[in-house]
Unconditional design. Sequence first.
Length: 256
Amino acid sequence: MRKYLQAYQEMFQCDIIPDDNVRRFVNAHILIDLYLPDSAAFFYVVKYPDGKYNFLGKQQEHVSGYSNEEFKAGGVELFLKCIVPEQIDFILQGVYPDILAFVSGLPDDEAKKRVLIQYNYRFKRKDGQFINLLEHVHILELDSVGRPAIVMGNVIMLQNTDIQPVRLTIKQLNGQGVSETVLSKVYSALQTEQNISTREMEILRHLALGKSSKEIGRQLFISRHTVDTHRRRLLKKTGSSSVVELTRIAFRNNLL
């Protein structure tokens, strides 16, 4: 059995946070949960790095099929084991490291608390049914050196049951309280099977959406010539002869 919890704890290192701080956030979410309508979504609160859920909303049982007692006992390790095998490496080796790298690069604690993180994955319920989940994460508290220590998440069960690629989106609230997308990445088997870089994956998706090199360059803050270079590499790596063929590849790999 792979050591999911060990990998998780090695990534999410932080100082010990007083229990009173955790209790304050938990009590607030208990009150919120009392008034939430029944839905295919739930909130949670986690303190790093122990991987234990300090709070789980009542709808967690409806989403995962596990009782809250079972899910609290199993902690984050149970959660990670329920992610389908073909996506767990994208989460542990892609999504989580990318989140931490982005957050660590922000200038101060206030900027880090204004970050809105979103990613999706495929999850195996207790009854064996596979579902797609979308998770939103918000940093509630940081430790003495600015590392995430307590986070709140909102997990939503998606209606679409088709297999979807893992996507990470990070947004920041600007001075006017409006969220702006600052990072967007797709994780796909294409990257390992055909040695396609993360930047090339971004270019592939934009090309498949019908954008020009100039439009892509403006959106990704790179030159049109750099986009053209990535396009030529994509054509070579995938054995394609046109953007139309690249679009078919993007469609087959659920990148659109």
